[in-house]
Design a protein around this ligand. Structure first.
Ligand code: ADP
Ligand code: MG
Length: 588
């Protein structure tokens, strides 16, 4: 289903939406799918007709955007206020259609019970006690209802610790394995606080602003993510957990129509999910003010603070109107946290708790990792062998290093008769989302991807991740293979290794050993050679120390960290900032 009529592209989060006058999603809205909505436009392709035909099916979508003059604007303000006023801790009425849309299709992994054995360590002063069940902490009626609808029976390890830490207003740096439920670990406690505290000054600011005809929004919480697709996914989770509340989540990201995003913001925005570039744009256009943003989350935080994004993060957090650290609450989440990034992150955190779930930067033991020696010239035929051995209804994600490489491999697989698609930085945003949807739905069970798909994406049923090209740094490897084996499900990761991958040898070996995987003997001897050839970079130490030596503040290096000023370390570590997803020269 291509969601496009008369050349207009509707991003997923704006599809299929309808809002009735009372500000709640209404059952009687008339159409169920984006397709239905568009078919009612008939042949009427003129732009003015498109927007002015207010009695029509498009009404729900556009009436709050202020099209067609004063009436619309006034109405939308009324809707907003009716939504914002009142007791934020009380659930708003049910809506079965929306409930079905939001909550159908959740599942729990088969190894989920084993999750309880994962070692967790919290360091930092006065760490709040962890919980064992969702009932152990008061998150309010709305959050508890949505947890039940999501069929979450118990918190994952990162949630057990992060929820009370966030609830007691502490800053947090949380390092937990891929697929371990980090998103809910920050969304649940933040939303629960917002429901308990109400909108506060942010509401008055928006109202004051509205009086002057400006429609700047003042989100109470901001979640930053490195890729557009991840931002969308977090937004979808936020929609679940804000169901039946007065909180309206929004998402802004590059590559999609900014006008539409602005109109969506103008309908109210209390929790904003954003990619950095588009957010800066929105701030500069006066559409977003961060003056009352009490909760800041950096998801995939080590990526957000590497050299590609750091300037934009500083622009957003330090050089505008956001409350200072110590006043706002700041939370960082990732599966990997190189020491250099931990040190840099201090700029944004106050007296934080460091949470290590499993082992920092490690992989889940639910993922079986295989490394095979494959020469460049044999990669394609080797891949075909793997694919032919793959079960019918499982999804396979194939990572390559470059955009060109992705196109070429997709073409090749297509010619070989495989239903496949691709996602990379040269494809339009529409194509990227379409590709991801086709993959998720199983229509195209093979997705060829560059690093744009390495982080955060939660796609159920990805059984096999293949590193057709290995990445050059180990963090990237950890995130890529983490697209499988999520929330207790089992997964397989196969990596093609040859002479070109010397730089990752030692770190890869450490990861395999730590996750109790089979290590090919050739890899062992290569790593041994490599170690003696090159000067020790010291990075591998991250994976060899005992558990608990992971918060950099706990190590000798941490004690002396005051003097750490340079960026050489990060450069060396492969965080070269070459993966900025907005730029034209971006290889992925
Ligand atoms: P991470 O960010 O750690 O990689 P996600 O936040 O993407 O992981 O969560 C992975 C999946 O686990 C999601 O589909 C999410 O809905 C599910 N999930 C999260 N918490 C729970 C829970 N407590 N019980 C069951 N499933 C959960
Ligand atoms: Mg995540």
């Amino acid at each position: 289903l291509s969601v496009c009529v008369a050349g207009r592209y509707i991003p997923p989060h704006l599809r299929n939406k309808d809002v009735s006058k009372n500000g709640f999603y209404s059952k009687s809205c008339g159409w169920n799918t984006a397709k239905d909505a568009y078919s009612s436009f008939g042949n009427n392709r003129g732009k003015s007709a498109f927007f002015n035909d207010r009695g029509n099916a498009n009404r729900g979508r556009f009436e709050h955007g202020g099209f067609g003059g004063g009436g619309g604007g006034g109405n939308s303000r009324w809707v907003e206020e009716s939504r914002d006023d009142g007791d934020w801790s009380k659930p708003t009425p049910r809506n079965e259609r929306l409930e079905h849309e939001l909550f159908s299709g959740s599942n729990t992994g088969i190894n989920f019970e084993k999750y309880d054995d994962i070692p967790v360590e919290a360091t930092g002063q006065n760490c709040p006690h962890h919980i064992e069940s969702f009932q152990d902490v008061d998150m309010g009626e709305i959050v508890m209802g949505n947890i039940a609808l999501s069929r979450y029976t118990r918190p994952t390890p990162v949630q057990k610790y992060a929820i009370p830490i966030v609830k007691s207003k502490r800053d947090l740096m949380a390092c937990a394995q891929t697929g371990s439920g980090k998103t809910a670990a920050f969304l649940l406690p933040i939303l629960s606080q917002i429901y308990a505290d109400g909108p506060g000054e942010a509401l008055n600011a928006a109202k004051e602003n509205g009086k002057f005809g400006r429609r700047k929004q003042y989100p109470i919480s901001l979640v930053l993510a490195p890729t557009r697709e991840l931002a969308l996914q977090i937004y979808d989770e936020a929609r679940k957990f804000s169901y039946r509340s007065r909180v309206r989540p929004c998402v802004v990201y590059g590559g999609a129509d900014i006008g539409q995003q602005i109109r969506d913001l103008e309908r109210g925005c209390h929790l904003l999910v954003a990619t950095p570039g588009r957010l800066v744009d929105m701030m500069e256009r006066g559409k977003i003010g961060l003056d009352y943003c009490n909760y800041l989350v950096l998801d995939e935080a080590d990526r957000m603070l590497d050299m590609g994004f750091e300037p934009q993060i500083r622009r957003i957090v330090e050089q505008d109107t956001m409350p200072h650290k110590g006043i706002r609450q700041t939370m960082m989440f990732s599966a990997t946290f190189p020491k250099e990034i931990q040190i840099l992150a201090r700029d944004f955190l106050e007296e934080y708790i460091f949470l290590a779930v499993g082992r920092v930067g490690s992989t889940s033991e639910n993922i079986t990792q295989k490394v095979v020696w494959v020469e460049e010239s044999d990669k394609r035929s080797f891949l075909l062998d793997l694919l032919s051995a793959t079960g019918k209804d499982s999804l396979t994600l194939v990572f390559v290093e470059t955009k060109k490489g992705a196109d070429a491999l997709e073409d090749f697989l297509y010619r070989e008769g495989y239903a496949c698609t691709s996602i990379h930085g040269d494809r339009s945003q529409r194509d990227r989302e379409e590709a991801l949807n086709q993959f998720r739905s199983g229509k195209c069970p093979i997705l060829v991807a560059t690093a744009v798909a390495a982080r955060g994406l939660d796609i159920s049923n990805v059984k096999h991740v293949i590193n057709f090209d290995l990445p050059s740094d180990i963090e990237e490897y950890v995130h890529r293979i983490g697209r499988t084996g999520r929330v207790g499900n089992l997964g397989l990761a196969t990596s093609f290794f040859n002479d070109k991958n010397g730089n990752i040898t030692k770190d890869l070996l450490d990861i395999l050993v730590e996750a109790k995987q089979e290590v090919p003997s050739w890899l062992e001897s290569l790593a041994y050679e490599h170690q003696h050839k090159s000067s020790n970079r010291g990075r591998s130490k991250r994976f060899s120390g005992g558990f608990g030596a992971r918060d950099y503040r706990q190590t000798a290096a941490g004690v002396n960290a005051g003097g750490f000023g340079g960026r050489g370390g990060r450069n060396q570590a492969g965080h070269g900032g070459t993966r900025g997803f907005g730029g034209g020269e971006d290889p992925v």
